[in-house]
Design a protein around this ligand. Structure first.
Ligand code: RP5
Length: 182
């Protein structure tokens, strides 16, 4: 499904630059943080797809081998023994893969983090933090990779950074009142 700043599915006009994929639709609430950061902060259209390497490996291979040529970066989320990003890194030697470990189950994402970060030599995955920070950072990292060849994304990254600075300034302005009230 295509998701862009202009809409979803048939209402999305642009070609996808990023694939946002995940092992299950239970990962979607977490990955909406990445999708919304891509489309609203940076104006980047993405293809959103569920790909399960332990439930339907054959269709993962088909999907990943037949991505639109416009896709330049892949963000892949999984929880548990998270093979998805590493398998995609092997299937697509030509595209960077960013992994988002989901905080899930008994090990709360440590399992997914280690599965992604300990990829053997030759199939690299750029692994983000576990959970929501990781999902947002995956979108920012993807934008930085695209910005190498796209000045408009570079400009939006700088605007995003300015918004973060403004937040600190506002917190400092509110500090005196807060301290007086303690
Ligand atoms: C992984 O298994 C998915 O990425 C998800 O994080 C986890 C659990 O999936 P469901 O059982 O919720 O479908 O493949």
């Amino acid at each position: 499904m295509l998701v862009s700043p202009t809409g979803v599915g048939v209402h999305a006009q642009e070609e996808p630059k990023v694939l946002v994929t995940m092992g299950s639709d239970s990962d979607l609430p977490l990955m909406m943080k990445a999708i919304d950061t891509l489309r609203y902060e940076f104006g980047i259209p993405c293809l959103v797809q569920i790909n399960s390497v332990h439930r339907d490996l054959r269709s993962v291979v088909q999907h990943i081998e037949r991505l639109p040529a416009s896709v330049q970066v892949i963000i892949a989320c999984a929880g548990g023994a998270a093979h998805l990003p590493g398998n995609i890194a092997d299937l697509r030697a030509d595209l960077p893969v960013i992994g988002v470990p989901r905080d899930l189950g008994a090990l709360k994402g440590i399992d997914a983090l280690l599965s992604m970060v300990q990829m053997p030599e030759g199939a690299p995955v750029a692994v983000m933090a576990i959970g929501e920070a990781g999902a947002v950072n995956a979108a920012i990292h993807a934008a930085k990779e695209l910005a190498i060849g796209d000045p408009s994304i570079k400009a939006r990254l700088l605007t995003y950074a300015e918004k973060r600075k403004t937040r600190v300034q506002k917190q400092n302005e509110a500090l005196e009142q807060k301290l007086r009230g303690l």
